[in-house]
Design a binder for this molecule. Structure first.
Ligand code: GTP
Ligand code: MG
Length: 435
């Protein structure tokens, strides 16, 4: 256990400034006793990571609902955990699909809408709207009166919903081949968007916002805007869990995940140094729960798709050799071992002494006095490990993008196609990923 004692005169406001504006933090510091504090923080951490979330995916028959249910969970259509997709009507009743890595995040594949006799009220009685945190309404053609009717009904029962126009890849390809001399992707997309909004307004829905997607290239078009909005509008205690479950298809998503994980590092460090600490062999003055730290580092890699299962899935989806994918993701370190964590704590302890001194100068951390050096070392180690995972994830995104030779026309640098090859091999665009 650390021996350094910190002055206890740090004001609450300074702590909050240092580690983010958190009312939980304020409460636990007021409580005083470190092990009690750590126990409270542990509960906070658990509820952040395991918040339950249910998303209902609805829309026209054949619009791509099941394909989206798979893609948003990072799966292709052939994975054993995938929803059935195809050209004949497949989805007949509400079916829950748990995220393969975050089972607390459940995506519901709902029955199709759109028969001429469609009645939104009856449909909602059948799928039970109270069950879902929000809905996604998909159409692969222009929106029509029944979409507007469903959206208005949801608005009336105060349920959030997002409107997706799918299969825009088909529109882009058709337009490019039919009118090559005047083709502009931006113009086609804006025409689709305007037309969808106009029809929804004509159906009685005020201020509609429509996101354009291709379920086959999820990172392209409006997916990051959609993700941003879905996360922003969620209740705050569910945001972290949902963000971590999002597929790693574009740089903005990687950045948002990293920011959320970074924001909670202090929590992990306080719990790992405050509950069941044992001395770390070879790292002076540092005691912690090593198992918890192994789980945290593994959690970082898992969230960024750097775990073995995700890498194998990505290799399958992009058609690349697994060894190339592993190389990009720092293969040997996909397994987080105790030895690796101890080694990193050793590295961090050198930087952490400077960090600790900085804290002392503030002055800081009266209530963390008993485990100050451990806390600072773990805090530092988690930052280093997270930064490394982010770099690996960016390299992986780049690798998936660069090696494709099938989609020469793929132009968006910010995404990885979901399956069947990864981008056009345009190096300058790919490098923009790492800007
Ligand atoms: N080109 C293209 N095809 C898509 C896209 N999304 C889905 N598809 C294809 O459209 C067909 C129908 O997709 P599904 O995901 O099964 O549609 P669904 O809405 O679940 O259909 P039901 O369950 O029958 O109501 C499949 O052949 C998909 O591969 C997309 O964004 N672009
Ligand atoms: Mg379906």
């Amino acid at each position: 256990m650390a021996s350094r004692v910190f002055p206890s005169s740090l004001s609450q406001s300074k702590i909050l400034k240092l580690w983010g504006d958190s009312s939980t933090l304020k409460g636990v510091f007021e409580a005083g006793d470190m092990s009690a504090v750590a126990t409270k923080l542990q509960a906070t951490l658990y509820s952040l990571e395991n918040a339950r979330l249910d998303v209902g995916i609805t829309g026209d028959t054949g619009s791509g609902k099941s394909t989206f249910v798979n893609a948003i969970r990072g799966l292709g259509d052939e994975d054993p955990k995938s929803a059935y997709t195809g050209v004949v009507e497949m989805t007949v009743g509400p079916t829950p699909y748990a995220h393969p890595k975050y089972p607390n995040v459940v995506i519901w594949d709902l029955p199709g809408i759109g028969a001429p006799t469609f009645q939104a009220e009856k449909y909602l009685q059948r799928v039970l709207p109270a069950r879902y945190d929000f809905f996604i309404i998909i159409s692969s053609e222009s929106f029509a009166a029944h979409h507007a009717q469903l959206a208005c009904e949801l608005r009336q029962c105060r349920k959030r919903f997002y409107l997706i126009r799918s299969k825009v890849d088909v529109d882009i390809t058709a337009s490019r081949s039919r009118r090559p001399s005047t083709f502009s992707e931006e113009r086609v997309l804006s025409q689709i968007r305007d037309d969808c909004c106009r029809r929804l307004e004509a159906g009685g829905l005020q201020d509609p916002k429509v996101f354009l997607l291709s379920m086959f290239e999820l990172g392209k078009y409006d997916f990051h805007l959609l993700s941003e909005m879905m996360v922003k509008e969620l209740e705050s205690h569910k945001q972290h869990a949902f963000l971590q479950a999002l597929p790693n298809v574009s740089k903005p998503i990687l950045e948002k995940k990293a920011a959320s994980l970074r924001q909670h590092i202090w929590l992990v460090a306080a719990v790992a140094s405050g509950i069941n600490p044992s001395p770390v062999p070879g790292v002076r003055d540092v005691a912690c729960d090593l198992h918890m730290l192994i789980d945290s580092l593994q959690g970082y890699r898992c969230s960024f798709g750097l775990d073995k299962d995700s890498l194998a899935t990505l290799a399958g989806q992009t058609g690349q050799a697994l060894h190339k994918i592993l190389e990009a993701a720092q293969g040997p370190e996909t397994q987080v071992t105790e030895a690796l964590v101890v080694e990193r704590l050793g590295q961090a302890s050198r930087d952490a002494s400077a960090f600790t001194q900085e804290l002392l100068n503030v002055p800081i951390l009266g209530t963390l006095a008993n485990c100050g050096i451990s806390f600072a070392t773990i805090y530092q180690m988690l930052h280093m490990s997270l930064d490394e995972a982010v770099k690996d994830a960016q390299r992986l995104l780049l690798q998936a993008f660069l090696d494709d030779s099938e989609h020469e026309d793929w132009e968006d640098p910010g995404s990885v196609p979901r399956q069947g090859g990864a981008g056009g091999g345009k190096e300058t665009q790919a490098l923009a990923l790492l800007d």
